[in-house]
Ligand binder design. Structure first.
Ligand code: SAM
Length: 272
């Protein structure tokens, strides 16, 4: 049997690997205040954006190169540690066959409500009670593409740092500030919001084209099952419905959000 490199981790029973796998649960993520990001490109983007990488996990066959050096330097400069695991163990950790050869454990970061200000032409997005991690990740991805200033997560929402949401965001999770607040905090805060508030509702009569040019915009989207609650709908200066054929139930939340972000940011003349 050939000599094995003793610094390469081979066993899922290793304490570092156990801590990494604990991040699959919401409890583990909040205990460690961290989340998992997969893929070298996404990890380097996080480093460039100043996110703290606690652990960088490389598979033995990870190809050396400029980006990998940047990721390693970013991790170590912030006090993090670099670990190497066998390719087989990496596949087990990532729970998929085409596992990425780089995984990072990144410290969670939340935005503050005080940062939500009505800058001219700026767009903020509010999501009420979003439940589906894939939807949330896709919405974060669209928000990044449409240069949204940040996303307010109102009420009991899915964890944006879950592996599924992070994967669906395609790296955008590190580019879009996320602010969590309950409904009461939203209603209190909204009293001082000086921009317009555009809500979406299946019973609205206005179309997205009617949004027009305006000051800063807060776009509000409802929950997948029950839509926008009346108390939050009441904070909207206008309610809009994307036209659908007669009899169609509704659009998927992530699809509706992308359409609305296009309508709102195009009308505000946002720079992308
Ligand atoms: N049964 C729910 C209702 O009655 O509102 C359906 C909710 S829908 C699946 C989830 C969210 O997506 C809605 O609250 C709204 O924000 C958005 N949405 C879906 N279809 C839409 C449409 N045609 N126009 C505007 N928003 C839409």
């Amino acid at each position: 049997m050939p000599d094995q490199n003793p610094t390469v981790i081979r066993s899922a029973a290793n304490q570092e690997i156990k801590a990494l796998r604990a991040l699959e649960t919401k409890k583990g993520r909040s205990q460690q205040n961290a989340f998992v990001s997969e893929g070298l490109r996404h990890v380097v983007e996080a480093v460039r954006r100043g996110w703290r990488v606690n652990r960088l996990v490389l598979s033995e066959s990870a190809s050396p190169g400029e980006l990998l050096r940047e990721a390693i330097h970013g991790c170590e400069a912030g006090g993090g540690r670099v670990l190497t695991v066998t390719d087989e163990l990496m596949t087990r950790i990532a729970r998929r066959d085409n596992a990425q050869s780089v995984i990072a454990v990144i410290e969670q970061r939340w935005g503050k409500l005080e940062s939500v200000v009505a800058a001219p032409g700026g767009t903020w997005l509010a999501l009420e009670g979003i439940r589906d991690p894939g939807n949330l990740g896709s919405i974060v991805r669209s928000s990044d593409a449409f240069a949204v200033a940040g996303v307010l997560l109102i009420g009991n929402t899915v964890d944006p740092f879950s592996t599924e949401a992070v994967r669906a965001s395609m790296g955008s999770i590190v580019n879009v500030p996320l602010i969590r607040l309950d409904e009461t905090a939203y209603l209190d805060w909204h009293r001082s919001w000086t921009g317009r508030t555009v809500g979406t509702h299946l019973r609205a009569s206005l179309q997205p084209e009617s949004v027009g040019r305006g000051p800063a915009t807060l776009l509000v989207m409802g929950n997948e099952q029950s839509g926008l609650p009346a108390r939050i709908a009441a904070t909207c200066t206008r309610l809009v419905r994307i036209p659908m054929r007669d009899g169609a139930d509704s659009l998927n939340l992530a699809a509706a959000t992308a359409i609305m972000l296009y309508a709102v940011t195009a009308s505000a003349g946002a720079q992308r």
